[in-house]
Design a protein around this ligand. Structure first.
Ligand code: GLY
Length: 383
């Protein structure tokens, strides 16, 4: 998602772009629910990430309108908000804490009573205790978005090479190209490293230039309404908007699509590069989703996949020039790659042309982890 978005914007600016990717859109993007939810996904100590998400969400309508116009494709973009709901009394307390956090970030979410939640989403279980409405959040079909981006990037002049990158090539002290899996090379003036959780697995990255990304597994389910569920009076996708639920302390989200799909996600597992879809992972998701929206049991199972998010030590992306001249890093978007695609693409493409880092990158420089380690080492062990 990130690489394709940057390729599109960079090609539009007249740069000669090569996208090296054996399977574009098949990594984390393939599993992504496409939640555009900076408010509902806000977390403590992530104020800068929240602000970057809000800025990217602000850019989304124009980004999508242009993409759909130039490709003639749809992307399933919706601006219908997110309803966060709580299942039991303890979950309601978790929601109260969310609300305090959102208030502290300057966003007013609207608290809803149980009755108001049910009136907004009639398929919710009557036992839901209450909720919070983030009216400006949205969603998009990440698979459709990736296909449109690849088409738009190539139409704008980018060349797609369906091969992985094995090595970064360096000449005269700067990034000068890449070697590909078939042994051929691409030479270029600037290299953008946007390889998701595998961004550090490329030979030739100099000491300190490899971003500290790790794979964080997410399993996710796609359900679909059928002729039978329509005949039974169930609305397509069951819901009007994304529902994010806290159910006996665990989190689940349900994202409806215009197509009648309902995406239920997602696990978050630290298992290294494992993409096994497990019975236990799916069971937990379905258990929690069914608790808040019992009607899901009537839907057809369309798809269940696992992919790897690119996690970083502080959950925020790595954006900016690496220590090696000519190398730009745009990775580590973790749970927010789809949301952050427009702002990442715009700012990286601008940087490639001007050499001027965007002020929005200030909190996300590639060297921040090294600095943290050095500072911690200087301070010595805590007493
Ligand atoms: N953004 C939702 C997830 O990563 O599961």
């Amino acid at each position: 998602m990130i690489g394709l978005s940057i390729a599109w914007r960079a090609a539009q600016r007249g740069l000669r772009v090569v996208v090296a990717d054996p399977s574009p859109g098949q990594g984390a993007t393939h599993a992504a629910a496409g939640m555009l939810t900076p408010v509902a996904e806000a977390a403590y100590a992530e104020r800068e990430l929240f602000a970057l998400g809000q800025e990217s969400l602000r850019r989304y309508p124009a980004f999508v309108a242009e993409l759909e116009r130039v490709t003639g494709r749809v992307t399933g973009f919706r601006q219908t908000g997110t309803l966060q709901v709580a299942y039991d009394r303890d979950d309601l307390e978790v929601l109260d804490e969310f609300r305090a956090l959102q208030d502290s970030f300057g966003v007013a979410t609207r608290p809803l009573t149980a009755r108001e939640c049910r009136s907004a989403e009639p398929m919710l279980d009557p036992s839901v205790r209450g909720g919070l409405l983030a009216g400006d959040d949205g969603s998009i079909d990440a698979r459709l978005l990736a296909a449109a981006l690849l088409q738009a990037a190539t139409a704008a002049g980018a060349r797609h090479v369906p091969l992985g990158v094995t090595e970064l090539l360096i000449a005269a002290g700067r990034a000068a190209g890449v070697a590909l899996a078939d042994g051929t090379t691409v030479t270029c003036g600037q290299v953008v490293l946007a390889a998701g959780w595998q961004s550090a697995d490329i030979d030739g990255l100099p000491e300190g230039a490899a971003p500290p990304v790790r794979p964080v597994k997410g399993q996710i389910i796609r359900l679909r309404t059928t002729a039978a569920t329509a005949a039974a009076g169930l609305p397509p996708g069951l819901l009007q908007r994304t529902v994010r639920a806290v159910v006996r302390g665990s989190s689940v989200y349900l994202v409806p699509r215009d197509s009648g799909e309902l995406v239920v996600g997602a696990t978050q597992e630290e298992l290294g590069p494992d993409t096994t879809v497990t019975a236990g992972g799916l069971w937990e998701l379905l258990r929690d989703a069914r608790t808040v929206v019992p009607g899901i049991t009537e839907l057809a199972l369309a798809d269940a996949v696992a992919r790897l998010r690119p996690g970083t030590p502080d959950n925020a992306p790595v954006l900016g020039a690496a220590q090696l001249p000519g190398l730009v890093i745009a990775t580590g978007h973790f749970r927010a790659g789809v949301l952050l695609a427009p702002v990442t693409a715009d700012t990286v493409a601008a940087y490639l042309c001007s050499g001027e880092p965007d002020p929005l990158w200030a909190a996300f420089p590639p060297d921040r982890f090294a600095r943290t380690l050095v500072t911690a080492a200087r301070k010595g062990p805590r007493s």
